[in-house]
Design a protein around this ligand. Structure first.
Ligand code: UD1
Ligand code: CA
Length: 454
């Protein structure tokens, strides 16, 4: 028994008022279609087909996933037509699951139930909504069995009262679906081939129609407008925040954290307001994140202090470190335990040894810094000569005075001292003081020019 997933994503999404296809708009930092694909993948299907159309190749181009069969639907003649196209080009998979590209948060367990029941019958995912609005209504017989789905636009007034609606997700044996779709017509209000009409065909053929009921409206909600998308984003983020708090993380305000990726955090982590997380981030136990920070693809150890307004990207920060406020930690930065990076410090592709400090106003890039080294205020590694990048290597226990330029490639030995204001163009030997500085002079009797009077 194998599974083919068909994802419908050809629609225009008129109400987004966007040049970009609807399914490429993002929720939690990822295009809607990727949320759907990720869920489809967890079912380990033999194949995934995505029906695209509006926006041309924009959707296939945006999704770099080799395993997808892209099915072009030139004209959006309805959901039934879209599924038919995908089936035409499909393999001989036994069970077909239909998903929508604009319903990003569907519950995978519900999908599993559909797939299970869809092996030898038609299974549809339904939910009761207080305001069923424009959704297709589930029409049941007196004995409770499902008789049909009626689209809101085609429904009779008493059918519109029905609160059980079609979420759009359904599963059925491939061969039956092919047969039923052949018999579906476009004789309806929208002049479209409705996928939902297969329910009536199954009933005609005396094939069981199973309704799988679900309870979480957010999981089956489709996105039609930017307002709906923003509302879903807030609800989704709220849930992520609650999961974090449930695992022992304190949030200064659960409404002011956005996770656009994955965040793993240990117990007793404290996160102040306005944190944005991108990519994969992990934070060790008891670490504190100050207000207004951005963390992207970062591994942060235990008992770390990230102070306000710091941006950390592509970095590994070991236990007991301190970063910021106003630090910019760029990709390839590694801080060993207890290292400190202070305000207005930028690091890139740099390893900083245990206990070393760069406390103020520095740029350190393409460097290796030993342990217990102190880098003074305003130190710059001149790593770029306009064509190539060069490395600066600083040993253990070194002291670089304020306002030095280290013109790479250059080495500073262990326990070397580099005097303030030095422009280092050759290596600074271990244990010695190196200084390049014009000798200080004072001029006795010198007078400052004065304004001419009169
Ligand atoms: C559809 C269902 C309705 C259900 C609702 C749930 C039909 C006829 N109706 O209505 O019962 O309550 O979803 O959200 O199926 N699409 C294509 N090609 C097309 C038409 C649509 O790929 O020709 C795609 C759209 O991009 C979208 C999905 O199919 O992802 C649903 O289409 P949409 O027009 O939003 O369906 P609804 O009218 O909302
Ligand atoms: Ca429609």
């Amino acid at each position: 028994m194998s599974l083919q997933v068909i994802i419908l994503a050809a629609g225009k999404g008129t109400r987004m008022r966007s040049a970009m296809p609807k399914v490429l708009h993002t929720l939690a930092g990822r295009p809607l279609i990727l949320h759907v694909l990720q869920r489809a993948r967890t079912l380990e299907p033999a194949g995934i087909s995505v029906v695209y159309g509006h926006g041309g190749d924009a959707v296939p181009n945006a999704v770099s996933d080799d395993g997808i069969r892209w099915v072009l639907q030139q004209q959006q003649n309805g959901t039934g037509h879209a599924v038919q196209l995908a089936l035409d080009e499909g393999g001989t998979d036994d069970t077909v699951l239909v998903m929508y590209g604009d319903i990003p948060l569907v519950d995978v367990d519900d999908l599993r139930k559909l797939v299970h029941l869809g092996r030898d019958a038609l299974a549809i995912l339904t939910i009761h909504l207080d305001q069923p609005g424009s959704y297709g209504r589930i029409v049941r017989n007196e004995d409770g069995t499902i008789n049909a789905i009626v689209e809101a636009g085609d429904a009779l007034p008493d059918q519109l009262e029905i609160t059980e609606i079609n979420t759009g997700f359904m599963a059925a044996p491939r061969a039956l679906l092919v047969e039923w779709l052949k018999r579906v017509s476009n004789d309806n209000r929208q002049g479209e081939f409705y996928l939902t009409d297969v329910v009536a065909k199954a009933v005609e053929d005396r094939i069981a129609v199973h309704g799988v009921g679900t309870e979480d409206p957010l999981a089956v909600q489709g996105i039609n407008s930017r307002i709906e998308l923003a509302a879903m984003e807030r609800q989704h983020q709220r849930r992520l925040a609650e999961t974090l708090m449930g695992s022992g993380v304190s949030l200064a305000d659960p409404a002011r954290i956005d996770v656009r990726g994955t965040l793993e955090a240990g117990e007793d982590v404290f996160i102040d307001i306005n944190l944005v997380v991108e990519g994969a981030v992990s934070i060790g136990a008891r670490t504190r994140i100050g207000p207004n920070c951005v963390l992207r693809d970062a591994v942060i150890g235990e008992d770390v202090e990230i102070h306000a307004n710091s941006v950390i990207d592509g970095a590994r920060i070991a236990a007991d470190c301190s970063v910021g406020p106003f630090a910019r930690v760029r990709p390839g930065t590694e801080l060993d335990s207890g290292a400190r990076i202070g305000n207005f410090v930028e690091t890139k592709n740099t390893r900083i040894g245990a206990g070393s400090k760069i406390n103020h106003l520095s740029y350190v890039g393409d460097a290796i810094v030993g342990r217990d080294t102190n880098i003074g205020a305003g130190v710059i590694t001149c790593n770029y000569d306009g064509a190539n990048k060069h490395q600066t290597i600083i040993g253990d226990g070194a002291f670089i005075g304020s306002d030095c330029q280290l013109v790479a490639p250059v080495n500073v030995g262990d326990h070397a001292t580099v005097g303030a204001g030095t422009t280092l163009t050759r290596d600074a030997p271990a244990w010695q003081l190196t200084v390049t500085r014009i000798r200080q002079q004072s001029f006795a009797g010198w007078r400052r020019p004065a304004k001419k009077s009169g």
